[in-house]
Design a protein around this ligand. Structure first.
Ligand code: ATP
Ligand code: MG
Ligand code: MG
Ligand code: MG
Length: 482
């Protein structure tokens, strides 16, 4: 089954259960000061759960573009190194706003996975919230009973608050979750160790694919929980992980979601995927990052020097550096992947194909500008590394990290990444101090020039008025010289 079919089957399945299919919200969160990027399917429906507004239907499903590179969910450092965390990914989701609840949601998730997608039942494990007495939240007996009837007790895992309880914030809607995990290991390995023991253990082939959240309580300001008058379902399934499971692969990058991009980049670089560790990591990182960059720009977030724009610029520069160092790219290359992506998502996220040329142009300009300083920055970093090693030291000092950023455009996380590759680290505190010192300097410069300007204005103005006033002016000028 192709990824396109897998996505369509999900939406068709929930449409057949009475769900309205809606488009993804943009990657860049709008009208939500608490969120820079949409990082889950429910973000665009937050208001409905808070009782501010009415959803267009009590049952909704979609595929949401998500970006997890900042704040509560930051998976950036895992990307490319593991095989199942991306910066940008699609979260398939279905929602009930005060309509169906646990019984339907869990039964449908099982029906979809095992009957439509035909995933093997004996490779699936589910989790149920174990309760937390201290926090006053009960064991989720209801979910336990439902799963027991479907999969039997031996396939259920009890989960703690961290994995199995969802809260919107300090106060507000919250409730237990039930996650679905799948064991994709070879039969021989399964025979050696039960997959149940590997759930939530960061095993690359025993992965969480779906999370079902049941909003049934409201957390009050005094910490107490009260049942919500109407209960909601919020689910999220990682599309790329689902494709890995259905297509029988051991890595998200081996699915057709990424293989086209990886092949295109590898061909351009004259490399082959699957032969060398750092080539492979770089191909994965770039195949991942280009999606985040392209979709963010298509959704209106240009790379820039602050906030969300800087997040996108940092991701882009990481990708350029991997291409430069490990794949030998000396000329811009990222921009040329855009047409393939826009074709891949034609009809799913049409915003990419309709703005393809603009998106590619923005990326090309960014690549050009970073490539101008990249080589010299890397040379400096090489020299720093050699010097440190010669002196048996391992920490790049803050001034140097600052210089790499200020003069060569190396975002701090990029310097830290390269440092790590060389067995070094960076002095973050020292960097912050250097940054602060620079801010002070520019604040001083700015205030001096503002004062000068004010004084000159005074001089100009007063000079025109006559001699009497001139004395005052000279005293100002004198003061200025002091
Ligand atoms: P994990 O424990 O693997 O980091 P999560 O518990 O943080 O996942 P949820 O917030 O429950 O993830 O999101 C719902 C689903 O989205 C997950 O079950 C998973 O399939 C998928 N998902 C989460 N983070 C990522 C990511 N960075 N890349 C790809 N898919 C992801
Ligand atoms: Mg996570
Ligand atoms: Mg998890
Ligand atoms: Mg989860």
């Amino acid at each position: 089954m192709t990824s396109r079919e897998i996505r369509k089957q999900f939406l068709d399945f929930f449409a057949s259960k009475g769900h309205l299919i809606v488009p993804s919200a943009p990657l860049v969160a709008k009208n939500d000061p608490t969120l820079m990027f949409n990082n889950s399917g429910m973000a665009q429906f937050k208001d409905f759960f808070l009782g501010n507004g009415t959803p267009p239907s009590k049952r909704i499903a979609d595929t949401q573009k998500c970006l997890r590179v900042s704040g509560k969910h930051n998976d950036l450092e895992d990307v490319g190194f593991d095989t199942y965390h991306h910066t940008m990914f699609e979260m398939l989701g279905n929602w009930s706003f005060g309509d169906y609840f646990k019984k339907e949601a869990l039964a449908w998730s099982w029906e979809l996975l095992t009957e439509v997608y035909k995933l093997p039942k004996d490779r699936i494990y589910v989790s149920v919230f174990q309760g937390d007495e201290k926090d006053g939240v009960p064991f989720d007996q209801e979910a336990w009973d439902i799963w027991k009837a479907i999969v039997g007790e031996e396939r259920i895992i009890l989960g703690n608050k961290k994995d199995n309880f969802w809260e919107m914030g300090e106060t507000g809607p919250c409730g237990p979750c039930s996650e679905i995990h799948i064991d994709l290991r070879d039969a021989e390995e399964v025979a050696l160790k039960s997959g149940k023991e590997l759930v939530n253990a960061d095993h690359p082939q025993v992965v969480e694919i779906w999370n079902n959240v049941f909003m049934q309580f409201e957390r009050m300001a005094d910490g107490s929980l009260v049942p919500l008058p109407s209960k909601h379902v919020d689910t999220g399934m990682g599309f790329e992980r689902l494709c890995m499971a259905i297509q029988g692969k051991q890595s998200n990058y081996d699915t057709d979601v990424f293989q086209g991009t990886i092949k295109l980049i590898a061909d351009k670089a004259g490399k082959v995927y699957g032969q060398d560790k750092w080539t492979d990591i770089s191909l994965r990182v770039i195949a991942d990052h280009i999606r985040a960059i392209a979709f963010a720009i298509a959704d209106g977030q240009l790379p820039s020097n602050n906030k969300a724009g800087y997040v996108i610029r940092r991701i882009l520069r990481r990708a350029v550096r991997y291409g430069y160092t490990y794949l030998g790219f000396r000329e811009p290359f990222l921009h040329s992947i855009v047409p393939l992506l826009s074709e891949q998502f034609d009809g799913v996220f049409p915003e990419l194909i309709s703005q393809q040329d603009f998106v590619a142009k923005v990326i090309l300009e960014e690549e050009n500008s970073f490539l101008r300083t990249l080589e010299n920055g890397l040379k400096l970093l090489d020299k720093i590394t050699v010097d440190l090693k010669a002196n048996n030291q391992t920490v790049i000092n803050g001034e140097q990290v600052f210089e790499l950023n200020d003069t060569f455009g190396f975002p701090v996380d990029l310097t830290a990444l390269i440092a790590r590759e060389n067995g070094l680290s960076i002095d973050e505190e020292g960097y912050k101090a250097a940054l602060q010192a620079q801010k002070e300097r520019s604040r001083k410069d700015a205030s001096t020039s503002a004062e000068d300007w004010v004084i000159l204005q005074e001089v100009d103005k007063i000079e025109f008025v006559g001699y009497d006033e001139f004395e005052t002016v000279s005293s100002i000028v004198k003061y200025q010289k002091v």
